[in-house]
Design a binder for this molecule. Structure first.
Ligand code: THU
Length: 161
């Protein structure tokens, strides 16, 4: 038997003011993205903003449906939009935030496994890691460089591509 341990690393900031000006702007864009969240069922609004190399910013928000499984997370709305429209303009940074009137969110909202797996695919495709900023307005901010910090056991099989 062999025991393995995996270390992940991310940075924690106490205030958005500690981030670079560009990253602060992207957090504000993620907040803006939440405006178009369609979340009448969960009442949990999520916004994602992608900073592309060209300077373009892409917004995504969670889109729910009365047929619940038909809805989609904010991250994948933004990422699939990128894949469909800007595949040659690398994603440098992704900021994600959430809000609900039902309770106070005091720690960063971490993306679900499906969104992380989709991001992993695009990191491979663009051959460049994405800086991930989990922006929490009333709590700490977590920043990771690349998907492997959040999904160390992501699925990838070179022979399928
Ligand atoms: N949601 C996201 O948009 N991103 C995530 O990574 C997790 C959850 C959305 C899906 C649903 O509309 C609401 O949050 C509650 O789960």
């Amino acid at each position: 038997m062999t025991n393995h341990e995996i270390k992940i690393s991310f940075k924690e900031y106490n205030s958005v003011n500690e981030l670079s000006a560009a990253d602060q702007t992207l957090c504000a864009e993620a907040v803006k993205a939440m405006e178009n969240s369609h979340s009448p069922y969960s009442k949990f609004r999520v916004g994602a903003a992608l900073q592309l190399k060209s300077g373009e910013i892409i917004h995504g928000s969670n889109q729910e449906n009365v047929a619940y499984p038909s809805g989609l997370c904010a991250e994948r709305v933004a990422l699939f939009y990128w894949g469909a429209n800007y595949p040659d303009d690398p994603i440098e940074t992704m900021a994600i935030t959430a809000h609900t009137d039902e309770f106070k969110i005091l720690k960063p909202v971490t993306s679900c496994g499906s969104c992380l797996q989709v991001l992993a695919e695009y990191e491979k495709k663009q051959n460049q890691p994405v800086k991930i900023i989990l922006y929490c307005k009333d709590g700490p901010i977590w920043v990771a460089n690349g998907i492997e910090s959040f999904l160390p056991f992501l699925f990838f099989e070179d022979r399928l591509s």
